[in-house]
Design a protein around this ligand. Structure first.
Ligand code: SAM
Length: 163
C-alpha cells in the first residue's frame, strides 16, 4: 500500500538535480487504444493492437527508407511518470529493485523503448504492433531494428528468470 506521497514499502526516492543537462524535441505523438496508463499492456508483447505513430511534418524527410524495415526501435517519453524513485516495488513484482534493473517508466529520464512490427507507412503515419503506452504519448525517436546486431537471444535478466 502506497503512502500519501505515493511511495510503497521498500521504495526509495531521491532529490532530483536542480536543472536539466540536456533538452530534447518531441518528433510526434503515439496514438493507441489505451486512454490511460492503467489501460495499457505491461509491455508491447502483451498486445497485438495496431497503434499509430504520427510524425511531425517537420521530420517528413527523415522517414525516407523507413518503410523498408520490418521492425523498428521506438523511443518514447513517458510523460506521466514520476522521476525521483531509485528503488521501486512495481505492483506486479512486489519486491523492491533498483530502477536501472527495471523496465518501469518511473526513472530519472522516463524514456521507454519498444521493438515494434511495422505494418504500414502512409505519409507521416506509421501503423505498428508492439507498443504499451497511453494514447498521446510523445515520440522521441525511431530507429531501424537490426536483428543481426540488436538481438541477443541468450540474454538473461537473472532476477526475472528466477521468478
Ligand atoms: C513497463 S513500461 C514499459 C515501456 C517500454 N516498453 C520499455 O520497456 O521501456 C509500460 C507501462 O508504462 C505505463 N505508461 C504508459 N504510458 C505512459 C505514459 N505516457 N506516462 C507514464 N507511464 C505510462 C503503463 O502502465 C504501461 O503498462
Amino acid at each position: 500500500m502506497a503512502d500519501d506521497a505515493g511511495i510503497r514499502p521498500g521504495e526509495i526516492k531521491v532529490e532530483l538535480p536542480q536543472g536539466f543537462d540536456a533538452g530534447l524535441y518531441f518528433i510526434g505523438r503515439i496514438r493507441t487504444p489505451w486512454p490511460t496508463r492503467d489501460d495499457c499492456p505491461k509491455n508491447g508483447r502483451e498486445s497485438d493492437a495496431v497503434c499509430t505513430i504520427e510524425v511531425d511534418p517537420r521530420y517528413a524527410a527523415a522517414l525516407a527508407g523507413v518503410a523498408s524495415s520490418t521492425h523498428l526501435l521506438v523511443l518514447y517519453w513517458m510523460d506521466e511518470a514520476r522521476r525521483d524513485l531509485v528503488v521501486q516495488a512495481p505492483r506486479h513484482y512486489g519486491e523492491p529493485r533498483g530502477t536501472f534493473a527495471l523496465r518501469s517508466p518511473v526513472r530519472p529520464n522516463p524514456i521507454a523503448a519498444s521493438v515494434v512490427k511495422l505494418v504500414q507507412v502512409e505519409d507521416l503515419r506509421l501503423s505498428v504492433v508492439g507498443l504499451d503506452c497511453r494514447d498521446g504519448t510523445p515520440l522521441i525517436d525511431l530507429k531501424p531494428y537490426f536483428a543481426s546486431t540488436d538481438a541477443v537471444p541468450d540474454a538473461v535478466v537473472g532476477w526475472h528468470a528466477k521468478r
